[in-house]
Design a binder for this molecule. Structure first.
Ligand SMILES: Nc1ncnc2c1ncn2[C@@H]1O[C@H](COP(=O)(O)OP(=O)(O)OP(=O)(O)O)[C@@H](O)[C@H]1O
Ligand SMILES: [Mg+2]
Length: 464
């Protein structure tokens, strides 16, 4: 067993997973974690677990309502723990709860899933489990027994959504019952044990009021975005991993009127639209024989025959960008999507690359023409130092001049420095540009006061 020899150290330094995404503050705090579980404890837990699995009627338990299962089973598990002569006496309660987590839920991940302050859970092999809280990564004291324990829990997650993960299909996307998104990579691709990344998307996603509260954008920006969505502008939300793209997309989708028919297409359903008339679709990976795959692109094409008023593609990664842009250009305005890019300009080049991935040999100018006429707004979200998320620009696509897609920023955020707590601080500004789309907004009866876009500082982090 490759992991059996490596015991985790007792003291860990809080680490960042990626210095790019979440650079370390000046003096990262040291975190003293509880003593790692002893081998005696682990052995007792494994022994009692086997005994319980052999003797209990699990299928009868799964017939019970979910919230009743734990209560009903607690007595049986406690008795099994007490009757094991080698189970450490002071640990009986902890053993009982952890065994219940293993038998009924996602084992060592359960306490993290119950903690509402945890937004991401990252399992790097059996002995390193990180969480993100308030935008910061921290190493936890949570441990799995070994890699096969991680695999056992992972199997439970993926089989629940009818997927599988094994050597022939070592990468998988899934979803927990509460809607949290899961990605897992196992051997032979993951070199240090199974890796699981859970993006919590709890029962209550962040809404525009929360984003305003976190100062991810200003009220003026929110107001403008609301008008843009209501006026059916096509918009692309761009940003890095975990920068808040899906959260923003979800909160903007609330502005879509109830009478419109919305089709959403995602790899793992994360969006939580509240409207009456929503058709949520999810892509499907290939089955064990490599067949039956349904890609985002297939679904975008299909959804055009579903009479959508709006198409929302959770994330554009490839050739579907081509079909999406075509749809936007042929009457499906008001469509929204997200993609990975570092700036509005980068979004345009990413879109060009993705259009090429569709396999048509289009001249560059034709592609840019398509982009410039399909998209009106680019919204860039960034994750800055200390985990703060900011909408760093709302940019209008003005058109094509020669071979260049012309962009103009309407609102921007510039980082000025870093506060003593390691968090980025900066300023939101209105650039003074009156957007070209104003006439379109006006035709839909959306009007802004003359000075709404006047050049000024809208909000500064130092106002806090
Ligand atoms: N403005 C914000 N302030 C604080 N946390 C935020 C903010 N926006 C999003 N988050 C949190 O950040 C995490 C990532 O958000 P989200 O899933 O929207 O990012 P993403 O850019 O779509 O990520 P990915 O690239 O993985 O799809 C979530 O836990 C979310 O709750
Ligand atoms: Mg996302």
């Amino acid at each position: 067993m490759p992991d059996s020899g490596s015991q985790p150290p007792r003291v860990w330094r809080t680490k960042q997973a990626s210095t790019h995404a979440n650079p370390a503050p000046a003096n990262p705090p040291l975190t003293l974690l509880p003593t790692p579980t002893s081998s005696e404890y682990d052995a007792a837990k494994a022994r009692i677990h086997t005994h319980l699995v052999d003797t209990m009627n699990m299928s009868a338990i799964t017939q019970l309502p979910v919230d009743q299962r734990r209560t009903d089973l607690r007595g049986t598990v406690r008795r099994a723990v007490e009757s094991d002569p080698l189970a450490p006496v002071g640990d009986h309660s902890r053993l009982t709860e952890e065994l219940l987590d293993d038998l009924l839920g996602l084992g060592p991940l359960e306490p993290l899933l119950r903690d509402p302050s945890v937004s991401d859970i990252l399992v790097n092999g059996p002995f390193k489990v990180y969480v993100e809280r308030k935008g910061r990564l921290e190493l936890t004291s949570v441990r799995f027994r070994d890699s096969s324990h991680v695999m056992q829990i992972l199997d439970r997650i993926v089989s629940h959504v009818g997927r599988r993960v094994d050597e022939t299909s070592p990468m998988v996307d899934a979803r927990l019952q509460d809607g949290s998104r899961v990605n897992a990579v196992i051997a032979p691709l993951a070199l240090r044990g199974p890796s699981i990344s859970i993006r919590r998307f709890g029962t209550k996603p962040l809404m525009m009021e929360d984003l305003l509260h976190f100062r991810a954008l200003t009220p003026e920006m929110a107001h403008f975005l609301e008008a843009a969505v209501k006026s059916r502008l096509n918009a692309v939300i761009s940003g890095g991993t975990g920068s808040g793209k899906t959260t923003l997309l979800n909160s903007l989708s609330r502005y879509i009127p109830d009478y419109e028919r919305i089709v959403t297409i995602e790899d793992a359903a994360e969006l939580q639209l509240q409207q009456e008339h929503v058709v949520p679709l999810e892509t499907r990976p290939p089955n064990i024989e490599g067949k039956g795959q349904v890609t985002t692109r297939d679904m975008v094409r299909n959804c055009l025959r579903m009479r959508p008023d709006r198409i929302i593609v959770g994330e554009c990664r490839g050739g579907e960008a081509f079909d999406m842009l075509q749809a936007m250009n042929t009457g499906h305005d008001g469509s929204l999507t997200t993609l990975h890019a570092n700036s509005p300009r980068d979004t345009i080049s990413r879109l060009e690359t993705m259009m090429l991935m569709a396999g048509y040999d289009l001249p560059m100018k034709a592609m840019r023409q398509q982009i410039a006429s399909a998209i009106q707004l680019l919204v860039q979200s960034n994750r800055l130092q200390g985990g703060v998320r900011r909408i760093t620009s709302i940019t209008e696509v003005v058109g094509l001049e020669g071979d260049t897609v012309v962009l103009q920023d309407i609102f921007t955020y510039h980082q000025i420095g870093t506060l003593p707590d390691g968090k980025a601080h900066g300023q939101f500004k209105a650039t003074g540009v009156r957007p070209k789309c104003m006439s379109r907004l006006a035709s839909r009866d959306v009007h802004f006061p003359m000075d709404f876009f006047a050049e000024r500082i809208l909000m500064s982090d130092s106002d806090l």
